[in-house]
Design a protein. Structure first.
Length: 419
């Protein structure tokens, strides 16, 4: 493990400050005062596309470690998540993704009413702001709390330590029975100036045991102080019993602007959608499900507006003819903006001896574009998952596609061990 850890840090000299601490905890698993949990995995990914001669072949090794209950009171914890990717013969294109990546490396302390963490971490309540710095929270009451974080952001391309990007934020959170909510203000800097600032909020409201409402929203703040709604989701889910449920929702997605680190203009086009879906189970063995969605795309560069209608219908069957085989059939289609898409898919799966799951699948897709001939794509694949003694997991996935002018092969194998 020491060799792997050194490769994680050797690209950035600043990272060597943390390397000895990482190696110490990874080699001290036998100490009785530690409660260690983690994951070690090796993954081989191969993809080849005949139309362009493009081939990707990578071998990735990942190690995760969560060492808790450190110290006499057991309030300290150590967390590490890193990966190393080896190119085994990719061709046809170049890649700038770095081999070694450090995802997490931090120590935290949990007191009676407060929490402190330092290192590379995800701040609590802000799951998308990776920080090389500190994070702290304080529980004001049994229901209300507040927190803050600050530090540097890792390099967006190499994930190495960088002083060019900075980040800081404050947030509050609430939790009671079936309801949770949080609200945060985040400031991102680049080379000493404002890069982005935004307000983020999320809430999960358990109205009752049968009705749940979830929402999240991000609003950007320009340097002049004006507000712009960026992304958001609002969904209500009603499930009166085990056999049926229905949900309705709305979402919007739009690119945001980085005011200093971005060298090109941002396309401010946005897409928002309204959707309705649900499922109904029959005789504890069969299940019908479906979804209808209306997408509205607004392209600001040329002023065009496109409306797209999307439909999905599916059928699940468990234990077909008492064979322990499960089946899923589904159909997807959408049309609008000068194109249309139809896809039919079937999948069969079976769990054997409670440790080996086998799956086989096939699909047919047709894409149509104005002024061109239809594109027909046939695909098939199979997978296997072996769960051994709840710790070891072996998986294999193969998929092949055949189009009008291309074919592709995709193979993914993975071995993992949880401890």
């Amino acid at each position: 493990m020491s060799t792997f850890a050194s490769r994680i840090f050797k690209s950035r000299s600043q990272g060597l400050v943390f390397a000895p601490l990482c190696i110490l905890f990874m080699t001290a698993g036998s100490a009785q005062a530690y409660d260690n949990h983690g994951l070690f995995s090796v993954e081989d990914y191969y993809y080849k596309d005949s139309s362009s001669g493009y081939k990707t072949h990578f071998l990735t090794t990942r190690f995760k470690l969560d060492t808790t209950k450190l110290g006499t009171e057991g309030r300290y914890a150590f967390h590490f998540d890193g990966s190393d990717r080896e190119d085994l013969g990719s061709s046809g294109s170049s890649t700038t993704v770095k081999r070694a990546r450090l995802n997490l490396l931090n120590v935290d302390y949990k007191g009676k009413d407060y929490y402190l963490a330092a290192g590379r971490l995800w701040p609590k309540e802000i799951p998308f702001e990776l920080v090389d710095g500190v994070n702290g929270t304080y529980q004001l009451t049994s229901e209300y709390g507040a927190g803050a974080f600050g530090g540097f952001k890792p390099d967006v391309y190499s994930m190495g330590f960088s002083t060019d990007y900075t980040t800081a934020g404050v947030y509050g959170f609430f939790s009671r029975d079936l309801t949770t909510a949080s609200l945060a203000y985040v400031y991102n800097g680049y080379q000493g100036g404002l890069d982005r600032q935004y307000i983020y909020g999320q809430a999960n409201l358990g109205v009752s045991n049968t009705l749940n409402i979830y929402g999240t929203a991000t609003t950007d703040i320009s340097p002049s102080g004006s507000l712009s709604f960026t992304n958001g989701v609002l969904e209500a889910n009603y499930r009166p019993d085990f056999t049926r449920s229905v949900y309705v929702g709305y979402n919007q997605f739009r690119s945001y602007t980085l005011h200093r680190s971005q060298t090109s203009a941002v396309d401010e086009s946005r897409q928002h959608a309204y959707y309705l879906g649900g499922n109904y189970r029959i005789a504890d063995r069969y299940n019908l499900y479906g979804r209808v969605e209306r997408q509205l795309r607004r392209v600001t560069s040329d002023g065009t507006n496109t409306n797209v209608n999307s439909y999905q219908a599916g059928f699940n069957a468990d234990n077909l003819m008492n064979s322990a085989v499960n089946m899923d059939l589904n159909f997807n289609t959408y049309s609008g903006g000068g194109s249309s898409h139809k896809a039919y898919r079937v999948e069969f799966s079976r769990l054997n001896w409670e440790i080996l799951q086998l799956m086989v699948r096939s699909s047919y897709t047709q894409n149509k574009y104005d002024g061109t001939d239809p594109e027909n794509i046939f695909a098939f694949g199979f997978s296997g998952y072996l769960y051994y003694k709840k710790a070891w997991n072996f998986s294999f996935n193969y998929d092949r596609e055949e189009g009008n002018t291309f074919s592709s092969n995709n193979v993914l194998t993975r071995v993992s061990y949880r401890f």
